[in-house]
Design a protein around this ligand. Structure first.
Ligand code: SAH
Length: 456
């Protein structure tokens, strides 16, 4: 969307969310980014060779495997882009060929760089089609000489015919194999394969909003479903009684557990598994939760998850999504099964792209405990004298006999004076505002009516 001014991009994204979600609740104005450039802390480059034999690296053209060469990109971290260009230039002298999918020939498939926004730590992952990467030690040594700011280097082996960037095996070549970053005052360890939000500045905005909407007061049991490395749950832990996190990716769960210890958090536990299955287990064992944070991948949640969420019946669900289309589908289910959408907040996590993130607050609406009733305060707490005439009968009498219109407020003021009313509702204005006092002429007319109905 870079061809559009940033304000216009925001307007379009807000509109997209409104079209999809407005039917559930009013959509709040989107929160944009102050400086929407070079925000991506994770950069992934595919490597290939042109027909003329030139080595290229960059991104895939959409819906294709054609590599579009990238030297630097306004969305990506500058240092990460520099490192990728350095690696591209080093390949020739090391006689390392990019991998060719069609011919199943060559070595280097991708380079992945992750950078800690606050820590400045940098991870470089070389994704190779084979474990036999020629002169690997020397390659890493030269790379570190050129970029001493790199804190860890990993070799990931992906021999499969797959669209996934990373393969199953990893070898740490330098450093710890992880980087750290600080988010909302907590330190997080991130591995190569763990999910970590790619826009750290807006992530703080997103998490703060999500936690604010959850209304935590230290007494609640909180579930962080699809928790990744535990970020939302651990940031929320200070304001919760207990946090339970669940995540499918075992590397991410390891990170979550280590992040919990690292931040000396005592009230959080993390489990590895399918979130739907886990929730089902909790529901079957009759466990309860007060607040459910759910942050599923783009495909959204599944019926098993939503079904168990409804069974667990948390009072509050905070649904964070990077795809309002699947979120709309899931909201349809939740609103049909006892929840009401109370707030929708779009956040621009991905400036210059068509993607938009949303936080939605849902509250439980029990049909048997929520009934809308209209009533007049004047009909409440009726003393025995009051039963003799309704406010309306008094008003009618005063109008008939004295030709004066009187309000319920004035009637209650006169009743209070006569001691036939105990409550003070009418005489207390909202937030300390003064309420009008009954003029003498009307007071006399109301007195007459009260006598007429034998109330005084
Ligand atoms: N809440 C985290 C991660 C959100 S991304 C954060 O803000 O950083 C979505 C996460 O869901 C990923 O970590 C992915 O591994 C995980 N995931 C995908 N399918 C899942 C499933 N069926 N059950 C549990 N976790 C799943």
């Amino acid at each position: 969307m870079m061809n559009l001014p940033y304000d216009e991009q925001l307007r379009l994204k807000e509109k997209k969310v409104r079209i999809l979600l407005d039917k559930y609740c009013k959509v709040s104005p989107i929160i944009g980014m102050k400086n929407p450039y070079h925000y991506r802390n994770k950069v992934q480059a595919a490597f290939g060779t042109t027909r003329s034999g030139m080595i290229i690296s960059g991104v895939y053209q959409s819906n294709s495997h054609r590599i579009v060469m990238v030297d630097d990109c306004l969305l990506e971290d500058k240092k990460a882009d520099e490192i990728i260009v350095t690696i591209r230039k080093m390949l020739k002298s090391f006689k390392i060929r990019p991998y060719d999918e069609d011919k199943d020939f060559g070595i280097l498939r991708h380079v992945l760089v992750k950078r800690g926004f606050t820590s400045g730590e940098i991870m470089v992952v070389l994704v190779s089609a084979t474990p036999k990467f020629p002169s690997l030690k020397n390659f890493v040594k030269v790379l570190l000489q050129k970029h001493p700011e790199i804190t860890t280097v990993i070799l990931n082996v992906n021999p499969y015919d797959t669209n996934l960037v990373l393969g199953p095996t990893e070898k740490i070549l330098h450093g710890t194999g992880t980087i750290e970053d600080t988010l909302c005052g907590k330190v997080f360890r991130i591995s190569a394969k763990s999910f970590y939000q790619i826009n750290p500045v807006q992530t703080e905005v997103l998490y703060n909003k999500a936690i604010e909407l959850a209304g935590l007061d230290g007494t609640q049991t909180v579930i962080d479903a699809y928790c990744g490395i535990g970020t939302i749950g651990l940031v929320a832990a200070d304001k919760a009684k207990k946090v339970i996190g669940v995540e499918l990716n075992s590397d991410a769960v390891h990170d979550a557990i280590s992040n919990c210890k690292r931040n000396k958090i005592q009230n959080a536990r993390f489990y590895c598994g399918d979130a739907g299955e886990f929730m089902q287990g909790m529901a079957q064992e009759g466990e309860k939760a007060d607040v459910l944070f759910m942050d599923p991948p783009r495909a959204g949640s599944d019926e098993r998850f939503l079904e168990s969420a409804v069974k667990l019946s948390p009072k509050t669900i905070v649904y964070i999504s990077c795809n309002p289309e699947t979120q709309a589908r899931d909201l349809k289910y939740l609103t049909k099964h006892g929840y009401k959408v109370k707030a929708i907040q779009p956040v621009d996590m991905f400036p210059h792209t068509a993607h938009v993130e949303t936080v939605v607050l849902l509250s439980q609406r029990r049909p048997d405990t929520h009934i809308d009733i209209k009533f007049d305060l004047s009909e409440l707490d009726i003393t025995s004298a009051e039963t003799k005439a309704t406010y309306q009968e008094i008003k009618d009498y005063v109008l008939d006999k004295h030709g004066l219109k009187v309000s319920s407020l004035y009637i209650s003021q006169v009743k209070a004076k006569c001691g036939i009313i105990e409550r003070e509702n009418y005489n207390k204005g909202k937030e300390g505002h003064r309420v009008p006092q009954c003029p003498k002429e009307k007071e006399d007319a109301i007195m007459d009516a009260l006598q007429h109905f034998k109330m005084i």
